[in-house]
Design a protein around this ligand. Structure first.
Ligand code: ADP
Ligand code: MG
Length: 142
């Protein structure tokens, strides 16, 4: 799939909000990309669309932030994890089985436990400072 190019954090949030409109209970989003790529920004757009009214920032001291919205949003950041065993130890599988939307930064650290229905979102810096290339890969992408 060709990447979508965004030119500001607002555009990235709007793109995420479009995607969020299609999310059902139990949806899993895996966010990939280096530090500063816009993973948290993308999840802020998801939160906005789910009518979460609290500010969303990366869960730095906790591994998981839970938000109440149209659907519950579980925001997980695996930056500090080494492998999938650690992810299971923090209860990731219980979030994945829940009725909310689970959005995971650095999801490749828990690749082994991600369900098949996971929607993968890859963010990369573009050629200009505020440009990002975003790829969304759903299970039904040919
Ligand atoms: N097009 C864009 N999309 C997303 N973020 C952008 C964009 N342009 C600039 N930024 C900036 O890049 C940073 C992305 O940070 P963040 O979402 O925390 O990244 P990550 O969670 O991947 O480390 C923010 O400071 C944001 O303002
Ligand atoms: Mg982040």
């Amino acid at each position: 799939m060709r990447p979508i190019v965004t030119h500001s954090p607002e555009e990235t949030r709007a793109l995420a909000a479009d995607l969020a409109a299609q999310l059902k209970p139990g949806a899993v989003l895996a966010l990939h990309g280096e530090l500063g790529a816009g993973k948290t920004c993308f999840i802020q757009g998801i939160a906005q669309a789910l009518q979460v009214d609290q500010p969303v920032s990366s869960p730095t001291y906790t591994l998981v932030n839970e938000y109440r919205g149209r659907l519950p949003l579980y925001h997980i950041d695996l930056y500090r994890l080494k492998n999938a065993d650690d992810a299971l130890n923090v209860g990731l599988d219980e979030y994945l089985e829940g009725d909310g939307v689970t959005a995971i930064e650095w999801a490749e650290r828990a690749e082994a436990v991600l369900p098949e229905r996971t929607i993968h979102v890859r963010l990369e810096h573009g050629s200009a400072e505020n440009e990002r290339r975003v790829r969304v890969l759903t299970g039904d992408t040919p």
